[in-house]
Ligand binder design. Structure first.
Ligand code: ADP
Ligand code: ADP
Length: 232
């Protein structure tokens, strides 16, 4: 389970502090696909980045699978992040590295020995159907393929949670659809909790079971996706 309590975050800016999140409370069950939707500037990106402390909240707590993320020191946080995968709108791949090397990177950092590393990378590349692309560079891949490399890299350490920061926003509708289908399969197969942010209703409706609406840094609605889309 992911538990967010009283999370608040503001940014310093020339015109004074900007409140990005104000007293956010969320409870996300293990194995859920949870969507956070809102307009540009609502605070989605800040919120999801506070879950793994890519952004430091000003106050409040984040707990993932019983671990109080907001209490960890730098070293503990590095360890904890191995269990929190993340995928991005712009994929964030290393362009000078092959598909294999990109996916192997988190395992290398974790000190996994070579034979195990290669076995794990190939297993996860098969899962995302890129088994035949291991020696290819990102520039040779389509957008959908790049995101599947991103997904493989995020999953290679067997995380408890996958965070998706607008992961399909740069993809065309058909590729968006197949990427969401892949995420659904992975959620089912691995009982992996997925938290995603999006500004697109279609994405939410296609993949999420539960959702929250964020407006001006506050959660204004939360509930099942069905509740929102099956109006009486
Ligand atoms: P969203 O992801 O929903 O578009 P963000 O979390 O990116 O929203 O932004 C929330 C608010 O915080 C916006 O008002 C935005 O301008 C502001 N903000 C985000 N990042 C920064 C930053 N690094 N410095 C100053 N203000 C920021
Ligand atoms: P999409 O239609 O999804 O954008 P592309 O046309 O970019 O896909 O790619 C289709 C296929 O061609 C993919 O298998 C991809 O790996 C391959 N491909 C694309 N660009 C190159 C390239 N520069 N060199 C080698 N293979 C490529």
């Amino acid at each position: 389970m992911i538990l967010v309590e009283n999370l608040t975050k503001s940014y310093k800016s020339a015109g004074g502090p900007v409140t990005a999140l104000e007293n956010i409370n969320l409870r996300i069950q293990k194995g859920d696909i949870f969507g956070i939707i809102g307009f540009s500037g609502a605070g989605k990106s800040t919120l999801i980045r506070c879950l793994n402390r890519l952004e430091e909240p000003d106050s409040g707590t984040v707990e993932i699978e019983g671990l109080r993320i907001t209490d960890l020191d730098e070293k503990e946080l590095r360890m904890a992040r191995r269990k929190i995968g993340m995928i991005f709108q712009q994929f964030n791949l290393l362009d000078s590295k092959t598909v294999f090397q990109n996916v192997a990177f988190p395992l290398k950092v974790a000190g996994v020995p070579k034979p195990q590393l290669a076995e794990r990378v190939r297993e996860i590349l098969d899962l995302v159907q890129l088994g035949d692309k291991e020696n290819v560079y990102p520039s040779q891949l389509s957008g959908g393929q790049k995101q599947r490399v991103g997904i493989a890299r995020a999953l290679v350490n067997e995380p408890d949670v996958l965070l998706s920061d607008e992961a399909t926003s740069a993809l065309d509708p058909q590729t968006t659809y197949s990427t969401l289908e892949l995420l659904k399969d992975i959620n089912r197969q691995l009982n992996l909790t997925i938290v995603l942010i999006t500004h697109e209703l279609d994405v939410l409706q296609h993949i999420c079971r539960n959702m929250a609406v964020i407006e001006k840094g506050r959660i204004v609605e939360t509930g099942t996706v069905d509740k929102f889309f099956l109006q009486p």
